[in-house]
Design a protein around this ligand. Structure first.
Ligand code: UDP
Length: 320
């Protein structure tokens, strides 16, 4: 198949590109390198069937042409990372909402299958774990910019589902749960690459809040495998689907696990949320996916544990 990946030079997009090429597909990517990096795709440039365009989804004539040429579109171009989102709320809302609008509009012309990357962030601060796809979304108030990200992604979901319902555009919406792996940068706030870099550099490991908040991390290889299977599953069309891992860990315990795995003597430093992000910042206490739907649909089970993730990330940082 011919596959277009917007945001293909990003962390998840670059792993997906590689796996699709390995499976014999043609891959073209569109990425403006705002958070993606040319380094992520350097090893793919010479591969047959791979083309890349360094441009924005706002270049509509180019986007239209690339979509026209594709059988399937993965729309991964978005503002990501809590730090970036809190610091650049205008950019976040405009990028996430407008980008999805134009992708869906052009895909609709010839009814190309679109996979929309959404996020477990949409579940907001609900304490009702594990989160299943039809759970309520519990957002905080609008002056707290963190929630702009969740709302912008929820609008993307609404719009994609509306295109499916009203215009029969085939869409699949995937909600990622803290995807991690080699090539992810800590620059936009993600916790595991940050902790690993700090531990290896001998710097204090910065735990925000009291560290009792928890997450469940997913290896990017599991995510990519799920994505490639989902585009062949007709029952996935018109659906919202969690992709994650149910192994849960508190952020404090994660810091300790990373210190042990790297053999680092770095201290753990607790930093109040107000200082780490912005005054009045609200975090989610827990985030665990219910994976029943994706398991029933394509037999998905995560194959990588948190220890596998940490091993791969630590190794990739040591190679840098
Ligand atoms: N976090 C932390 N130290 C860091 C970066 C993040 O303690 O240097 C915490 C963050 O406050 C959150 C968790 O780690 O509770 C996961 O953060 P991340 O930004 O990776 O993803 P999120 O789940 O918040 O989208």
């Amino acid at each position: 198949m011919r596959i277009l990946i917007t945001g293909g030079a990003g962390f998840i997009g670059s792993h997906l590109s590689e796996a699709l090429l390995d499976a014999g597909h043609e891959v073209s990517i569109l990425d403006n390198l705002s958070t993606g990096s040319i380094d992520n795709i350097a090893h793919l440039k010479a591969r047959p069937g791979f083309t890349y365009h360094i441009d924005s989804v706002n270049n509509e004539p180019l986007l239209a042409e690339l979509i026209d040429h594709a059988d399937v579109v993965f729309h991964f171009a978005a503002a990501v990372g809590v730090k970036l989102i809190v610091e650049q709320p205008v950019h976040t809302i405009e990028t996430n909402v407008h980008g999805t609008e134009v992708v869906l509009k052009h895909a609709n012309k010839k009814k190309k299958l679109v996979v929309i990357a959404s996020t477990s962030e949409v579940y907001g601060k609900s304490g009702n774990v594990p989160f299943s796809e039809d759970s309520d979304l519990v957002m905080g108030p609008t002056p707290k910019h963190r929630w702009a990200y969740a709302c912008s992604k929820a609008i993307d979901e609404f719009l994609a589902l509306a295109y499916w319902k009203e215009r029969k555009l085939p869409v699949i919406i995937v909600r990622f749960f803290n995807t991690v792996g080699p090539r992810q940068t800590g620059q936009y706030g993600m916790v595991i690459p940050n902790f690993v870099r700090q531990a290896i550099a001998g710097e204090p490991v910065t735990v925000f809040g009291d560290g009792t908040q928890s997450r469940s991390f997913t290896h990017v290889a599991d995510v990519v495998r799920a994505l490639i299977t989902l585009i062949t599953e007709p029952r996935a069309v018109g659906q919202v689907i969690n992709i994650g891992n149910t192994e849960e860990i508190s952020i404090r315990a994660l810091a300790e696990r990373i210190l042990a795995a790297t053999g680092s003597a770095s201290p753990i430093r607790l930093i109040p949320y107000d200082e780490a992000y912005e005054s009045g910042f609200e975090d989610m206490p827990r985030r665990v996916p219910d994976l029943t739907k994706i398991h029933q649909m394509i037999g998905y089970e995560p194959r990588h544990t948190l220890d596998d993730i940490l091993r791969d990330v630590i190794e990739s940082f040591r190679k840098r």
